[in-house]
Design a protein around this ligand. Structure first.
Ligand SMILES: NC(=O)c1ccc[n+]([C@@H]2O[C@H](COP(=O)([O-])OP(=O)(O)OC[C@H]3O[C@@H](n4cnc5c(N)ncnc54)[C@H](O)[C@@H]3O)[C@@H](O)[C@H]2O)c1
Length: 250
C-alpha cells in the first residue's frame, strides 16, 4: 500500500506547472489533496479530474487568511494534515533601480511571506497528527545570479536559511526540505520569454546550454518531490535538492 494513502497534502500553485505535476503524482499515490490556486476555472477542472480525494480552495496566498483557510479545509475535508508543497511563485523582473515598490513587495510577499503564513498555520496542525513533511520549491536563483532578477533572487535566496532553521526547530517530527529547479517548461518561464522577439530561440539556447540538453518538465520535479515527501526520505531534513539538468554544474 502506498505510504501516501490516507495522508493529506496542501499544494500551493497547484493549478499550473510544477505544483500541478506534484499534485497529480500525489493523487496517483492516493494522497488526499487541498489544491490552492487563484484561477477558479483551472482549479475546478483539476479538482474534477483528480476526483473525490481532491478539493480546490481558491485564494491569493499573499493574504494570511487564504493560507489559514487551506489548513482549515484540510482538517474539515480530510481530518488531518501531513504534507505541504509550497510551489506558488512569481518572477518580478527588472534591474533593482527600475523596480517599483509594488513589484518588489509583491514578489517578496508571494515567494517568501506566503511561505511563512502557510507554515505558521500548518505546523501546529501537523504536530497534532504526529508530524509530517514539508517541501518548498525554491530556485537555482538562490545560488546563481540571473540578469535582472533582484526581488526573485532575494526571495528565493532566503529559503535555504529558512529551511535549515525549521529543520532544526521542528525535527524529528517534522521534516522540511527545499527543491531548487533550474529552467522547467512551465507558464512561469514560457510566458516570461514571450516578451522578447525571439522566444523560441531563447528557449532553444537555454536548453542547449544545459548538460541534459533540454528544459525540465514538471514530471522531473514531481519524482524528486515524491521521494522527499515520502518515508524513503525519513532521514532527510534541512536539505536543498537541486534538480536542474546540470545548470549549476556549468
Ligand atoms: N519554471 C521554472 O523554470 C522555475 C525555475 C526555478 C524555480 N521555479 C519555481 O517553481 C515554482 C513553481 O513555478 P512554475 O514554474 O510551476 O510556474 P507556474 O506559473 O506554472 O505556477 C506557479 C503558480 O503559482 C500561482 N501563484 C502565484 N502567485 C500566487 C498567489 N499570490 N496566490 C496564489 N497562487 C499564486 C500561479 O498562479 C501559478 O498557478 C515557483 O515557486 C517558481 O518560482 C520555477
Amino acid at each position: 500500500m502506498s505510504f501516501f494513502k490516507d495522508k493529506t497534502a496542501i499544494v500551493t500553485g497547484a493549478t499550473s506547472g510544477m505544483g500541478r505535476g506534484i499534485a497529480e503524482a500525489l493523487n496517483a499515490e492516493s494522497a488526499n489533496l487541498i489544491l490552492s490556486g487563484r484561477d477558479q476555472e483551472r482549479g475546478r477542472q483539476l479538482e474534477g479530474r483528480l476526483g473525490p480525494g481532491a478539493r480546490f480552495i481558491p485564494g491569493d496566498i499573499k493574504q494570511p487568511q487564504a493560507n489559514e483557510a487551506l489548513v482549515l479545509a484540510a482538517v474539515e475535508h480530510f481530518g488531518r494534515l501531513d504534507m505541504l508543497v509550497l510551489s506558488a511563485g512569481q518572477l518580478g523582473i527588472g534591474k533593482l533601480h527600475t523596480l517599483s515598490l509594488d513589484d518588489w513587495h509583491d514578489t517578496i510577499a508571494t515567494n517568501l511571506n506566503a511561505v511563512f503564513y502557510l507554515l505558521k498555520y500548518a505546523i501546529p496542525e501537523m504536530q497534532k497528527t504526529g508530524g509530517g513533511s514539508i517541501l518548498i520549491i525554491g530556485s537555482v536563483a538562490a545560488f546563481h545570479a540571473f540578469p535582472n532578477h533582484p526581488a526573485y533572487a532575494a526571495s528565493k535566496g532566503a529559503l535555504p536559511a529558512l529551511v535549515r532553521q525549521l529543520a532544526r526547530d521542528y525535527g524529528p517530527k517534522i521534516r522540511i526540505n527545499l527543491l531548487s529547479p533550474a529552467q522547467v517548461a512551465t507558464p512561469l518561464i514560457l510566458d516570461s520569454v514571450r516578451a522578447f522577439d525571439n522566444p523560441d530561440e531563447i528557449l532553444d539556447e537555454t536548453a542547449r546550454k544545459l548538460p541534459m540538453k533540454r528544459l525540465g518538465l514538471p514530471q522531473d520535479i514531481a519524482q524528486t518531490a515524491l521521494h522527499l515527501l515520502g518515508d524513503q526520505a525519513s532521514w532527510i531534513t534541512g536539505s536543498n535538492f537541486v534538480v536542474d539538468g546540470g545548470f549549476l554544474a556549468t
